[in-house]
Design a protein around this ligand. Structure first.
Ligand SMILES: Nc1ncnc2c1ncn2[C@@H]1O[C@H](COP(=O)(O)OP(=O)(O)OP(=O)(O)O)[C@@H](O)[C@H]1O
Length: 798
């Protein structure tokens, strides 16, 4: 005999109807809930059929019988009659109709009874008009362009230019137009005479009269002839009177008025007759501007393009319904069309963005015109498709707003570029760091230059600039930079490293100053970070520092510098923003070796121009950027200066950096120099000072000599590094965190300029074991230290 079981099994409704939940076991699962086949309660089935089943004796135990004769207990609240079955959605039969039997097993003992339970939530009450209206999106009273002062200015400027050009174009062609009209005037006169003759003699009634004659309709013909005679009489009179009036006018002109009026009248008459005599296909006036009109974007075109993407859900939605919906009308938006689209369920904007090339093909537009974007505040399937009239790369670059005049304030947004629609895009550099990455020759240095120019135009900002390619792309800034070096050589790398160390040390000093101010005067430093007021107080030394390293891969992938450079850059990028230190790194090789992950992961602003693959893309734009459809790989070779900018707004933006060539940059730097001279902020390199002049009063060689014990002839490099870190933690602290081999490399690179080589040194480990490791010979160090002391004493003496 089977034992009753209460185990439940979830099954989907095989009929495909609404899911139901059997009464055997209470279940919170919305899917169908059934009892095992061999312990099936027949109660409901029988109750529905009105036959055998449940015990009827009130005192009898709550049992039921299976068809095989098994007795199973009935849950007290189980339904026993059709009326007990809960009603569904107000339809008493709805529930009963979906009571289903499971297929019987081999001995015919399996019968599953399912009590229907509503699994879908009830239809929510329709919100009131008041509620719906309050939650509705308010559309702006004035279009976005009219609220942007610069866009209004741009449009007004364009309109004035357009009107001026058109006027001038036609003005210089006036004689040509007059000649054309004069040549066509006789023809026009002929047309007027012929038309007048036809009207007076009722030419339009002629076919009817001929038809009446042909049909032999005498009465009809007579009636038509009478009409014609009346008309001809009246119209002849009109023409005669007109003729008399013209004659009188001519007489008056010739006899009473000045010849000017005669000529004017003749000109007007020639003009009118010339215009009448002009063939329809040869207009007198040509076009001042020829527009290559971009095709209009319509919903049909969008749907056709979307179905060409090869996304099954889109094709299914279009062919079988419900189709693709457009929550807002397709409108003009800047120099292009904007369509808002609700993609079918399950299709995301990313799915479309990653097929941008196919979309462009479907729209029959160049790739540089087609820009699908997500709408972050809406669902993942809300697409905004902007289709420009012109390829973004081919459009004339906008002028940098600060190119001609003005100064910048790095505490405010500085202009960086324009988006696809030509709208200005700015970046907030303060409290941020930036990474710029791209393939070679795509506009990395030009975009970096825009930012350096902005920083240069803020006279309170200290510039530390290193260009490690050696082409002098940032050479114009020598006049304003506190530190500057250009070149692919070790000397330049050393200078860049020294600047990073200096910045790292500076962070210590700044954090102490900020802590002190926050304690003494909390109102002056409410967020424990540099404020514009603090930055301009020279005594505090909290001015903004703008450090940029172009081609930073040279530093981060250099065998001798990479470990220290990574540590320093990570420290600066993490702690610098609050202390007013802005670090910008540009690289043409955005991979883990050239841009350490710890550095790239902490950058707040990212600008990625064309790159070749997903890894480079995500290295610059952040993890998962590629997966989310933010793909700088889709830019073409002609998309110079165009990239994805992340961090400047809530959503990634496509931006073309302002184009400022070398000579223009030179001029702007000239203005920056004047501003700095007035503010008294020409320091360091720009003031002709070498870094050593302001550098630390210690030197590595002297420090190494100082940490060598009197009885030591040879010492391992890693031991020396540990002692150096203890001697000057603020300088060598970062070295001590490196591993043994890197410590040795670090020391070797540091001692190289002093002519001290490291080599294998036999020594003992802390555990007493002997080992061979890299180290220095005391005599070499002392000799180099003496030479250095002599040199620096001479310099000081001078
Ligand atoms: N915003 C822009 N608009 C138009 N053209 C640009 C823009 N930015 C750069 N370019 C063009 O791209 C070319 C390459 O720019 P740039 O020198 O900045 O590239 P790069 O990525 O720094 O190259 P490399 O990797 O060799 O240093 C420039 O000569 C310039 O003509």
């Amino acid at each position: 005999m089977n034992t009753p079981e209460h185990a439940t099994t979830n099954t989907a409704d095989p009929s495909g109807g609404p899911s139901v939940n059997t009464a055997e076991q209470p279940s919170t699962n919305p899917a169908t809930n059934t009892v095992p086949a061999d312990t099936v309660n027949t109660t409901v089935n029988d109750a529905v059929n009105g036959t055998e089943g449940a015990a009827t004796d009130p005192g009898a135990p709550e049992v039921a019988y299976t068809r095989a004769g098994n007795v199973v207990p009935i849950r007290p609240d189980a339904a026993r009659t059709p009326e007990d079955i809960p009603e569904q959605g107000g339809d008493p039969l709805a529930g009963r109709g979906t009571v289903l039997d499971a297929p019987a097993d081999a001995d015919g003992d399996a019968e599953v009874v399912r009590h229907p339970v509503q699994v879908d939530p009830p239809e929510p009450a329709k919100p009131s008009w008041w509620q719906a209206a309050r939650e509705a999106k308010v559309r702006p009273l004035v279009p976005a362009w009219a609220r942007s002062r610069s866009e209004v200015r741009q449009r007004a400027k364009w309109l004035a230019g357009y009107a001026g050009h058109t006027t001038a174009y036609h003005a210089i062609r006036c004689p040509l137009y007059a000649a054309k009209l004069a040549a066509r005037a006789p023809r026009g006169l002929g047309r007027v005479v012929v038309a007048g003759h036809r009207w007076v003699f009722d030419a339009e009634g002629k076919p009817l009269r001929i038809a009446a004659v042909a049909a032999g309709a005498t009465d009809e013909y007579r009636r038509l002839t009478e009409i014609r005679e009346t008309r001809v009489r009246k119209r002849s009179t009109v023409v005669f009177l007109l003729f008399l009036a013209v004659l009188a006018g001519v007489f008056l002109l010739v006899t009473a008025l000045s010849p000017v009026w005669s000529w004017l009248t003749i000109a007007a008459a020639v003009g009118v007759f010339g215009w009448v005599g002009t063939p329809a296909d040869k207009p007198v006036i040509g076009r001042a501007v020829v527009t290559s009109k971009a095709p209009k974007l319509t919903s049909d075109v969008v749907v056709r393009a979307l179905t060409a993407l090869g996304i099954a859900q889109i094709n299914q939605a279009v062919s079988k319904g419900p189709g693709i919906t457009f929550p807002a009308p397709i409108t003009r938006d800047g120099p292009g069309w904007r369509a808002e689209v609700d993609l079918p369920h399950g299709v995301t904007v990313t799915d479309v963005m990653e097929r941008r090339d196919k979309l462009a093909s479907g729209l029959r537009r160049p790739l540089g015109c087609v820009w699908p974007e997500p709408v972050s505040e809406e669902h993942a399937g809300r697409l905004v498709l902007w289709v420009g009239d012109q390829n973004m790369a081919a459009a004339k670059p906008a002028a940098w707003p600060l190119a001609k005049s003005g100064k910048a304030d790095l505490f405010k947004t500085v202009p960086f570029g324009t988006d696809q629609r030509g709208r200005p895009v700015g970046v907030d550099l303060v409290f941020a760091n930036m990474v710029i990455g791209a393939m070679p020759r795509m506009g990395k240095t030009f975009s970096l230059r825009v930012l350096v120019l902005a920083a240069a135009l803020d006279p309170w900002v200290e510039l530390l600039l290193f260009e490690l390619k050696g082409t002098g792309d940032l050479g114009m800034f020598e006049r304003v930079a506190h530190r500057y070096a250009s070149g692919p050589d070790t000397d330049t790398l050393d200078k860049a490293m020294e600047a990073l160390r200096e910045l790292h040390r500076e962070l210590e000093r700044r954090s102490k100053t900020i802590r002190r101010i926050a304690k003494e005067n909390p109102a002056a430093c409410p967020e424990n970070k540099v404020t514009p007021e603090l930055a301009r107080n020279r005594k505090l030394g909290l001015h903004l520092v703008f450090a940029a390293i172009d081609e930073c891969q040279e530093l981060f992938s250099h065998e001798d510098y990479k470990a220290e450079a990574t540590k320093l850059a990570e420290g600066i990028i993490k702690r610098g923003p609050a202390m007013g230190v802005i670090l910008i790194l540009a690289t043409q090789r955005p991979d883990a070796n050239s841009l350490p992950p710890g550095v790239s992961a902490n950058a707040g602003l990212r600008f990625c121009l064309r790159v070749m693959g997903q890894t480079e893309n995500d290295m610059v734009l952040g993890t998962s950027a590629y997966k989310n459809g933010i793909r700088a790989t889709t830019f073409g070779a002609k998309d110079k200066g165009i990239g994805y900018l992340v961090g400047a707004a809530d959503d990634p933006q496509i931006v073309r950096s302002y184009y400022i060539d070398g000579p223009a940059a030179e001029t702007i730097v000239g203005r920056a120099r004047t501003l700095r001279e007035k503010a008294g902020t020409i320091t360091g390199h720009a003031a002709g000072e070498a870094p050593e002049a302001t550098g630390p009063a210690h030197s590595l060689i002297a420090d190494v000599a100082a940490v060598l014990g009197a009885d030591e002839t040879k010492v391992w490099s890693e031991t020396i590094v540990d002692r150096l870190a203890a001697l000057r933690p603020e300088v060598y602290g970062a070295w001590a965190e490196l591993d043994g081999r890197t410590k040795a490399n670090q020391l070797a690179a540091g001692l190289k300029p002093y002519g001290v080589e490291t080599g294998q040194v036999h020594g003992k480990t802390e555990g007493g074991k002997t080992a061979n490791r890299r180290g220095v010979v005391r005599a070499d160090v002392e000799a180099a230290a003496n030479t250095h002391r002599r040199k620096t004493t001479n310099v000081d003496g001078e």
